[in-house]
Design a protein around this ligand. Structure first.
Ligand code: ZN
Length: 196
């Protein structure tokens, strides 16, 4: 019989039918711990976004997943008093090269903004995706912004797919997350585009 595998993080034995992964830091990690590490990454991502938004002059708050009435709120709310700009952000850290946000989630953030901010405030829903590329790489963030207006039809909102190659609508926040190589690729591409 094969010896029982022990999780390098929680030190508990890993049942034979449980999934596990090798991690540089821990050795073998059990599925329970993988789930916890995954949630921690999402949490870190949201906290770092709030910090960056604050540096850009936004009043910004993360909505804890345990908050009551959570289902009707975006992950992060941000308001810029000078720019009169309100953002409702949906955030996700992903292991893939693309991520699709479904229309219900976008409609939820949209109706939050409509309920809380009047027409004379510029309102945008933001889809924020952090592409996790492994421990040794920079993980780029891409933000897509959608304008919100009083007369929009929530029924007509579509799913949105964000790719690691997508242009970010908040480069002032996201470009430091690009590696030097991908910043160069984007610059060359933009120059080529402006010449043609
Ligand atoms: Zn474990």
């Amino acid at each position: 019989m094969e010896p029982l595998k022990i999780c390098g993080r929680c030190k508990k034995p890993i049942p034979w039918d449980m999934h596990f992964q090798r991690k540089r830091r821990y050795g073998i990690v059990c599925q329970r711990c993988l789930n916890k590490l995954w949630r921690a990454k999402g949490y870190q991502f949201e906290r770092s976004l709030v910090k960056k938004l604050t540096e850009l002059g936004f009043n910004s708050d993360r909505i804890p997943t345990s908050a009551s009435g959570r289902v009707t709120l975006p992950d992060i709310m941000a308001f810029h008093p000078q720019k009169r700009l309100a953002l409702g952000l949906e955030c996700k850290a992903v292991n893939d090269k693309t991520w699709t946000v479904y229309r219900d989630q976008i409609a939820k953030a949209t109706s939050y903004l409509l309920r809380h901010y009047p027409f004379d405030i510029e309102r945008k829903v933001g889809i924020c995706v952090k592409f996790l590329l492994g421990e040794r790489c920079k993980s780029p963030i891409v933000i897509k912004l959608l304008n919100v207006s009083d007369n929009m039809n929530l029924e007509k909102i579509q799913d949105i797919t964000v790719s690691i190659e997508s242009e970010s609508d908040m480069p002032e926040l996201t470009s430091p997350t690009l590696s030097r190589r991908s910043r160069k690729i984007r610059r060359v591409r933009a120059e080529r585009y402006s010449h043609s």
